[in-house]
Design a protein around this ligand. Structure first.
Ligand SMILES: Nc1ncnc2c1ncn2[C@@H]1O[C@H](COP(=O)(O)OP(=O)(O)OP(=O)(O)O)[C@@H](O)[C@H]1O
Length: 343
């Protein structure tokens, strides 16, 4: 979707347009459904101007309104499912991580959030018949967690049939126990993971916009972008926007960031995984320690929420929370040297 020129709207000059864009209102559609009171706060305009903006945006927008159940079904039929290669978890998720949605993986330190993002950066590249989406991955790394060595471990740790299928797909000659072929396969998987480190929250937001461009550039390539990982979504925001006074500001920025991330998933039929740390230390500012930070905004946007909990040794409990059309439930997995494995 081309960027809308917000200055076409009544009462919107360059400064107001910038404020609106910073707050995530970057299209006529997003303004058309905004509440005028919310706009007048965000963009520092009077109530009546805000009302005019919303009305004009409704005229300009292609808001759509109603669509038939069959159109919705048609779009849903395109949803891909990215397998974990752990039956119990795939069953819990109705087949795997869905494209066109944001999946939030939250849990305390060491619960395995980054292991999940790494494993999915591998699995997404596999051919469909072995649970992948035959795509590449964009990895926004805000905590310096990305480790190519883990990708190496996890590619080698794939089931033999998946390794064989990937080798055939990439025209690598050899078998799953052939070291030279495995090395070639690992290199090729690393080639299809585009990693960028985010140094602060603004940089992270910029990278999400870049991710959209990158996905666009690769749309017709052999391995289009089918997974966007943001690990961690919230760490920079949490560190930079400290104190109650900053809460609204933080939420507004996170809202815009999630909006950009969501677009990548929707425009390119890609899966999106974001991680979010919760602390086991009671923390007055962030409230309930078992609730992910980000509050309501994150709650609305992440359509699938997976809560990871440490259990004995390398065991982890994977809990599905509040999914729109799936039952809540739990599964067990292990975090092992060669990746995520069934219990
Ligand atoms: N090479 C490995 N072999 C076996 N287990 C590993 C290996 N690397 C990591 N792990 C397991 O993964 C855990 C760390 O998981 P991970 O880094 O994904 O946690 P996290 O939830 O992202 O934590 P944080 O919030 O601190 O980033 C370790 O405690 C360990 O149990």
């Amino acid at each position: 979707m081309p960027e809308a020129d917000l200055e076409e709207l009544p009462g919107v000059g360059p400064a107001t347009a910038d404020k609106l864009k910073d707050a995530g209102y970057d299209s006529f559609e997003s303004l058309a459904v905004a509440a005028p009171a919310e706009l007048s706060n965000t963009a520092d305009v009077g109530d009546s101007t805000a009302g005019d903006i919303v009305r004009a945006a409704r005229d300009a927008a292609d808001v759509g309104g109603f669509e038939t159940g069959s159109t919705v079904l048609e779009r849903r039929n395109k949803i891909g499912k990215l397998s974990w290669h752990i039956d119990e978890v795939d069953d819990l998720l109705g087949g795997g991580i869905e494209t066109q949605s944001i999946t939030e993986v939250y849990g305390e330190f060491g619960s395995g959030k980054s292991q999940v993002t790494h494993q999915m950066a591998v699995n997404v590249q596999l051919p469909q018949e072995v649970g992948g989406l035959h795509g590449s991955c964009i990895f926004i790394d805000s905590e310096d967690t990305f480790r190519p060595e883990r990708i190496d471990d996890m590619v080698r740790g794939l089931p033999d049939d998946a390794i064989a299928a990937a080798m055939e797909d990439r025209e690598i000659e050899g078998t799953p126990d052939d070291e030279a072929a495995l090395e070639e396969l690992v290199d090729s998987f690393l080639e299809y993971i585009h990693v960028a480190k985010a140094f602060n929250s603004n940089h992270q937001m910029l990278l999400a916009e870049k991710a959209k461009e990158l996905a666009g550039e690769h749309e017709d390539s052999e391995y289009p972008v089918k997974l966007l990982c943001v690990d961690s979504l919230t760490a920079h925001f949490r560190a930079e926007y400290v104190g109650r006074g900053e809460l609204a500001n933080r939420q507004q920025k996170l809202n815009k960031h999630l909006h950009d991330i969501d677009k990548v998933g929707n425009l390119y039929n890609a899966a999106v995984i974001v991680t979010n740390q919760v602390t086991s230390n009671p923390d007055a500012f962030f409230g309930d320690p078992t609730k992910p930070i980000g509050g309501n905004i994150l709650g609305h946007k992440s359509t699938f929420r997976i809560y990871l909990r440490k259990s004995k040794g390398d065991k982890r409990i994977v809990r599905l929370v509040d999914a729109p059309n799936l039952a809540d439930g739990e599964a067990v997995m292990r975090v092992e040297e060669d990746g995520l494995k069934p219990e």
